[in-house]
Design a protein around this ligand. Sequence first.
Ligand code: PGA
Length: 249
Amino acid sequence: MRVKLAAGNWKMNGLAADLAEIDALAAAHPAPRSEVLICPPATLISLMAARAAGGPVKVGAQCCHPAESGAHTGDLSAAMLADAGASYVIVGHSERRADHGEGDDDVRAQARAALAAGLRVIVCVGETEAQRDASNTLDIISGQLAGSVPDLVTGDNLVIAYEPVWAIGTGRTPTTDQIGEVHDFIRARLEARFGAGVGRSVRILYGGSVKPGNATEIFAVSNVDGALVGGASLKATDFGAIIAALDEA
Ligand code: PGA
């Protein structure tokens, strides 16, 4: 059985005062059945890790540099993130791919570095609206999986997040049939590449405008093992409602 995962991505939001949301979340959901993760900006990782210690909330990062160390001004290595208290890192988010020109090779190198540092990786894939309109969704996903996911993964240290670019931050979501089609496809690709044991153990998250109001129907879709949540992860009440929906699924 795959342990469901509710992952929050705070993006470039959050100051120290916002850590109160973690206290509220932990108080409202002291023992969720699902794994709960928040990926704050790097400036808050160590503060959040200290504050969340002993509670249900794990802390992750939003990206990492592929190198172990060196002359890379402004960047953070996976070992630094682990040292600060992160246990996961998101790689290949579409905002990183777009804003920083990160391609599949970069994402795979980052994922490798993260695994080497003992972090679990959440590798994001997803089509643009133009790619979906051109009926290229599954080809794009297949290419991103092949290019962005490193070879040496286990069912435990790899998570895939399917995030259609056009659904992120827009309030628009695919139909449940569309989500199911892509998640089933990702599962089949993982099993084909890594074998049934690993392929069936990897969690596949849906991301893109997940809210309390649509979480229950999304979590009922086959091969949806949780969500990667942006805007709705910033407030404990909203994210808590999504965790509750996942616990019930
Ligand atoms: P959103 O972002 O929930 O605000 O759409 C999701 C994401 O980018 O991970």
